[in-house]
Design a protein around this ligand. Sequence first.
Ligand code: NI
Length: 227
Amino acid sequence: MMLHIPQVLSPDQVAELRALIDSAEWVDGNATSGRQSALAKRNLQLAEGSDAARAAGARVLDALERTPMFVAAALPQTVFPPLFNRYGGGHGFGVHVDNAIRQTRDGRTRIRSDLSATLFLTDPEAYDGGELQVEDTFGVHSVKLPAGDMVLYPASSLHEVTPVTRGERVSSFFWIQSMVRSDERRALLFQMDVAIQQLAARVGAGEPELVSLTGSYHNLLRMWSEV
Ligand code: NI
């Protein structure tokens, strides 16, 4: 399931984050790549584990916790510390699949990447190109979102970032290990959760049928989750 999550960060929060990272040290993006993706990748990345990356990453994690749609869709077990990248001057990232296992440099966090996320930190009008293109069984989806918005997609997907031909594209990207490993099951739970919330808003959460449906949601989650 691919999902657009709007307004994870407000315009003010985006501006603050950009001020924090724009003046920091950026290094060759291949610092975090696997061997195959290193061949395809041309971008810059905020030095992993630097003070700026840590402070900015903490802000992104805070924002995620306050975003119910993210929690409902990702059912996060562990979120990898957010990283930041910057594409300009023809930079792009050819078709690749993200590594299945991600580990931080200090070895403290190791996750299975079930979901990939890109949080856009530049408004689309400020650059040309730089579309995130994600392949699934329905074809290729092209994603370019307003600053502060995020896309969530299965980490198993082939994807690429097309070359940026004008301006610069700055984003945060990271991976999530979910409590529910299967994308299909997560999608089902998310659809059920959204329907229950909408129905509850209309008829009141205390209706017996809604209590029963909510119970079914939790019992499915109990059956499918690993925590
Ligand atoms: Ni990738």
